[in-house]
Design a protein around this ligand. Structure first.
Ligand code: TLP
Length: 352
């Protein structure tokens, strides 16, 4: 099977498994796990922040951040397709009682100009408190689009000028850095909290890290505990994260090259709708309506032919490249898609 459903499907390499087996551990609820402490210091330093906290998942990390930044009833501003609102099982409402204001933008990148018209007066009795702006870099549902540092700076200036905080869902922040030659600090300096994922393109089996000021992380540690995320000898998993950060960042360029190669080939297939020039990182989203097949039909035929992908809303399909799929596998996947699309369009023509 060529598995392009997500970069979350990667399996720990031999080197990573060795690092996990050799990890020194202790009880992390007493902050006595040396490997977890090392990972946390390492990520805090990479992002230029005071402190960090290991989390079981990106969802936990985002939702702990939301709860730490807000009070029930507050408003949080995010781009229309943001993961933190759309793909986290309604957790923002269920766990923090916050309202998420979804802002639609022409290119899925949230800018200050989109937020200015929806700012509320700060001193009204009945007004909802706007407390947080969330950014997702790279943006999953926008085909892995990268937020430019200047846009992040402009959002931070707007938020901080009004006493609001900023949160970065940086599940794929390292993809953004590799694609643009920027450093994590360049992005992180504009955010009060940042969540990064170790279990996506970095290839660790589990884990995310939430980063911020010492006070923020102290509070976040209590919320993590409340959400059931206090862990014990978790150094076994933190060791995988350290290995991933030390070995798997630079190589992400290969995933980006593969995604671009894949997108350029798909864009030439009749019936497939895709602008390959928009692909910046490791996510490719394409439409298949022109083949006469629905996204669900298309992926089910692909599965029969050994290629896995996920259908998403609106007859679109998402493919994600990662460290367990090489260039040869990408070329095989392209050939299979070409065949499925040709069968679909032939059938469509025969019916017409
Ligand atoms: N994304 C997953 C699934 O949820 C769809 C994927 O396959 O892409 N932020 C962003 C931007 C994400 O893409 C994800 C996971 C998360 C947060 C949540 O991470 P986990 O799955 O570790 O809770």
């Amino acid at each position: 099977m060529i598995d392009l459903r997500s970069d979350t499907v990667t399996k720990p390499s031999e080197g990573m498994r060795k690092a996990m087996a050799a990890a020194e551990v202790g009880d992390d609820c007493y902050q006595e796990d040396p490997t977890t402490n090392r990972l946390q210091s390492m990520v805090a330093e990479m992002l230029g922040k005071e402190a960090a906290l290991f989390m079981a998942s990106g969802t936990m990390s985002n939702q702990v951040a939301l709860k730490t930044h807000t009070q029930p009833g507050d408003e949080v501003i995010a781009e229309y397709d943001a993961h933190i609102y759309n793909i986290e099982v309604g957790a923002a409402a269920a766990l923090s009682g916050v309202n998420v204001r979804q802002v639609k933008t022409p290119d899925s990148i949230l800018r200050a100009e989109h937020i200015l018209p929806i700012l509320r007066p700060m001193d009204k009795v009945h007004g909802i408190r706007q407390v947080l702006i969330c950014v997702e870099n790279t943006h999953n549902r926008a085909s892995g689009a990268v937020y430019p540092v200047e846009v992040e700076a402009e959002l931070a200036e707007l938020a901080h000028g009004r006493g609001m905080a900023t949160h970065l869902d940086g599940a794929r922040l390292f993809n953004a850095c590799v694609a643009t030659g920027t450093c994590p600090v360049d992005h992180a300096r504009h955010f009060d909290s940042i969540s990064i994922c170790l279990s996506k393109g970095l290839g660790a089996p589990v884990g995310s890290v939430l980063v911020g000021s010492t006070d923020f992380i102290k509070e976040a540690a209590k919320v993590r505990r409340m959400f059931g995320g206090g862990m014990r000898q978790v150094g076994i998993l933190a060791a995988a994260g350290i290995y991933a950060l030390e070995n798997n960042i630079k190589r992400m360029q290969e995933d980006h090259d593969n995604a671009r190669r894949f997108a350029v080939a798909l864009a030439e297939i009749p019936g497939i709708n895709l602008d390959a020039s928009k692909i910046q990182t490791n996510i490719v989203i394409f439409g298949v309506r022109g083949t006469g097949l629905s996204a669900a039909q298309f992926v089910s035929i692909l599965r029969e032919q050994g290629v896995l992908m996920n259908p998403i809303e609106g007859d679109r399909i998402r493919a994600v490249t990662h460290l367990d799929v090489d260039r040869k596998a990408i070329d095989e996947a392209i050939a299979v898609i070409r065949g499925v699309a040709a069968d679909g369009t032939r059938l469509q023509a025969a019916r017409a």
